[in-house]
Design a protein around this ligand. Structure first.
Ligand code: ATP
Length: 272
C-alpha cells in the first residue's frame, strides 16, 4: 500500500465567527490524483490555503512527508523571522490559483525564473559577487524554465508578455511555474475554470502526464465533474466546511450524502 504524502488531521479554520472548515481530515496518497469537490462556499479554497501555507489553521495539523522527513505546515509558516509560505514551497508543495496570478507585465520565461528564486537558497551577497554557485543555479533555473515550457507546449511563447497569452495558455503557464519549484505535491485550484472543452481535454492529459512522467502527486479543486471523474483516483467531498464523503470516484458518485449536497436536499430525500 502506498504511503500518504500529505495528512490533514482535524483541521478547523475560523474567520472571526465564520467556520470555513470544521474538523477536516483526509490523506493524499503518493502518486494519486486526489480531487477536492463540493458546492460553492464548501470550504475547498480555505483548506487549500491552509495546506499551501497561506493560512495557519485555527486547529489541527497538516503534515507533508518530504525526503524522509515530516514537515508540519503550521510550524513552517510560523518559524521565527524566516517563516512563511515560501518554506512550504521549499518543502515540496506548489500551487496554482483560482484566479490566475501571473506577473502579466513580465515575459513568460521571467515568470518561471521568479518562481525559482523563491525556492533557491541564494542570498544577496552571492548575487552581488556572482559566485560560481550563484551562476550555476541561474543556469539551472533557465534550463528548468525552458524544460517546463516544452512540457506545457509553450516554447513558442517564451518571450511574449504573460498577460498577452490566450487564457488557456496562461493556465498552463501557471502549472509550468508551479512545476519549476520541483514540487512533490502540486495543488491546482480550479484549473479548468474558464477553459473551453478542447482546452479542458488538453488539461486533463497534462495533469495525467505530470503524475505518470514526473512522479508527482496531485491535489485538485475542480467544479467540472467530467474532468474530475476522468482523472481522479480519490475524491474528498466537502459541504458546509466538513468532509461528507471520501473514496473512489464511483463510491463518491453513489453516496447519497453527496447527491443530497449537490441537489440541495436532505439525505433522507435522496434515499427515499
Ligand atoms: N478570508 C475570509 N474571511 C471571511 N470568510 C471567509 C474568508 N475566506 C473564506 N471565507 C468563508 O468561508 C467559507 C468557505 O469559503 P471557500 O472560499 O473556502 O469555499 P469554496 O468551497 O472554495 O467555494 P467556491 O467553490 O465558491 O470557490 C465561505 O462561507 C466564505 O465566505
Amino acid at each position: 500500500m502506498r504511503d500518504a504524502v500529505l495528512e490533514v488531521e482535524n483541521v478547523t479554520m475560523r474567520f472571526g465567527g465564520i467556520v470555513a472548515n470544521r474538523n477536516v481530515s483526509f490523506k493524499v496518497k503518493q502518486g494519486d490524483i486526489t480531487a477536492l469537490i463540493g458546492p460553492n462556499g464548501a470550504g475547498k479554497t480555505t483548506i487549500f490555503n491552509c495546506i499551501t501555507g497561506f493560512y495557519r489553521a485555527s486547529e489541527g495539523r497538516i503534515v507533508l512527508q518530504s525526503n524522509g522527513r515530516s514537515c508540519n505546515i503550521g510550524d513552517l509558516i510560523t518559524k521565527p523571522i524566516v517563516g512563511g509560505s515560501h518554506l512550504v514551497t521549499r518543502a515540496g508543495i506548489a500551487r496554482t490559483f483560482q484566479n490566475i496570478r501571473l506577473f502579466k507585465e513580465m515575459s513568460v520565461v521571467e515568470n518561471l525564473l521568479i518562481a525559482q528564486h523563491l525556492a533557491t537558497t541564494n542570498n544577496l551577497l552571492s548575487g552581488i559577487f556572482k559566485t560560481p554557485r550563484f551562476r550555476r543555479t541561474e543556469v539551472e533555473a533557465i534550463d528548468r524554465a525552458y524544460y517546463w515550457l516544452g512540457q506545457m507546449n509553450l516554447l513558442e511563447d517564451a518571450n511574449r508578455l504573460a498577460g498577452q497569452l490566450p487564457y488557456g495558455r496562461q493556465r498552463r503557464l501557471e502549472i509550468a511555474r508551479a512545476m519549476c519549484t520541483s514540487p512533490k505535491l502540486i495543488c491546482l485550484d480550479e484549473p479548468a475554470a474558464g477553459l473551453n472543452p478542447s482546452e479542458t481535454r488538453e488539461l486533463s492529459q497534462v495533469i495525467r502526464r505530470l503524475r505518470s512522467d514526473h512522479d508527482l502527486t496531485v491535489l485538485v479543486i475542480e467544479h467540472d465533474m467530467g474532468l474530475v471523474m476522468s482523472i481522479a483516483d480519490h475524491i474528498v467531498v466537502l459541504d458546509h466546511g466538513e468532509v461528507i464523503s471520501d473514496g473512489t470516484p464511483s463510491e463518491v458518485a453513489n453516496d447519497p450524502a453527496v447527491i443530497a449536497a449537490y441537489l440541495g436536499v436532505s439525505e433522507e430525500e435522496v434515499t427515499a
